[in-house]
Ligand binder design. Structure first.
Ligand code: AMP
Ligand code: MG
Length: 352
């Protein structure tokens, strides 16, 4: 077991000496969790195959699911990617730094383990002072998947990282809450037209405004497990975001959803099960159950996204047996929220 050190840093104005301690760990091939604007990432030197292998091991991550390479300067893309299409340049100009990951044809500087043997590489420039300072001081691209144990909800605080990875990694840079709360949007720009593989912090609508046509991969809005052959992005096929409790997602018009959830809550409680509900500000008074938490207003899906993973963890901490969650519209940040909720539920979706 490793000794995991926790280093506090100011998110806006990180102390260079503290970040240097973390950067030296990355340079030695170690593992450091750090805040980004989306969720906490678990970083390793992307060009060090041994370090990246240890990264997969620490997370229990399947070796066929590559991490995203984080850069502090958009020009790095020209080293990591074999070709950078015009549409990618437009997206980088508009959205970097920010919650958008682009998938390129891979150059030969990236070790095979880092891209899980694929001929493509996923790259992003985060919009977070701590992350950018760490990457610059480490002097390498940092491979970083979310800093949770594989399959668990992604971490939005250093405490979440500690709960999952204490003893398994070298350090955690604690820079407070990750503000977006869901991961980056992943867009494959190695194909024409570009294809959105994972919805996240950059909305589908915003992407289309910049480059016109973007396809949505069928996995993005899937309501059931799709076959592995169709899994363009390896992460799509793995179980994800699952708390210990069983999650049931109820979708439909709001009045039908609230009455269905209340009916389900009653029947589970009659069976003696502890029931948690993930409601919204507008609906939370409709329910009586053991634990009722609000994700935020239905009219502000960015806040719902921000709270999602934290509340899934909090419901788990209350030891509920089942979490009944309300669906939200598939618009704006709602697309990312619903993608995570459907996966968290293992596609136990009820149409009210
Ligand atoms: P995470 O690092 O946990 O946020 O997950 C990274 C996501 O990016 C996963 O869904 C991966 O499958 C996806 N990803 C990473 N590299 C590639 C790639 N070369 N092609 C497609 N998807 C990728
Ligand atoms: Mg992840």
């Amino acid at each position: 077991m490793k000794q995991t050190i926790v280093l506090k840093v100011d998110a806006e104005n990180p102390d260079p000496e503290t970040v240097k301690t973390a950067a030296e760990i990355i340079q030695r091939g170690g593992l450091v969790a750090f805040p980004t604007e989306t969720v906490y990432g678990l970083g390793a030197d992307a060009l060090n195959a041994v370090a990246v292998a240890a990264l997969f091991e620490a997370k229990n991550r399947p070796l066929d699911n590559p991490p995203i390479l984080h850069v502090a300067d958009a020009r790095e893309v020209y080293t990591l990617a074999k070709e950078v299409p015009r549409q990618a340049e437009l997206l980088m100009q508009r959205f970097w730094p920010g919650p958008l990951t682009l998938v390129f044809k891979c150059s030969n500087v990236v070790p095979e383990v880092t891209v899980a043997g694929l001929d493509t590489v996923a790259v992003r420039m985060p919009k977070h002072k701590v992350a950018l300072t760490l990457i610059k001081q480490s002097k390498c691209p940092i491979a970083a998947p979310s800093a949770n144990l594989s399959g668990k909800p992604s971490p939005t605080t250093a405490q979440h990282v500690y709960e999952d990875l204490n003893g398994r990694i070298d350090a955690i840079l604690d820079g407070g809450n990750a503000c977006i709360g869901v991961e980056s949007t992943v867009v494959d720009v190695s194909v024409d037209p570009p294809m959105l593989l994972r919805p996240g912090g950059t909305t589908f609508e915003a992407l289309k405004q910049v480059i016109g046509t973007v396809k949505l991969h069928p996995f993005v809005q899937a309501e059931q497990e799709l076959s592995v052959e169709k899994a363009r992005s390896p992460g799509m096929k793995h179980k994800h975001y699952a708390p210990k409790a069983e999650v049931v997602l109820v979708e439909g018009a709001v009045p039908a959803v609230t009455s269905k959830i209340q009916e389900l809550a009653q029947s589970y409680m009659l069976k003696g099960l502890k029931v948690g509900i993930l409601a919204t500000d507008e609906t939370q008074t409709c329910y009586s159950a053991d634990v009722v938490k609000s994700l935020g207003s239905r009219f502000n899906l960015a806040i719902v996204a921000q709270n999602l993973f934290r509340l899934l963890r909090e419901e788990d901490a209350e030891n509920v047996a089942v979490i009944l969650a309300e669906g939200v519209p598939l618009e704006g940040m709602g697309l990312a929220v619903m993608n995570r909720l459907r996966k968290a539920s293992g596609y136990r979706i009820i149409k009210a």
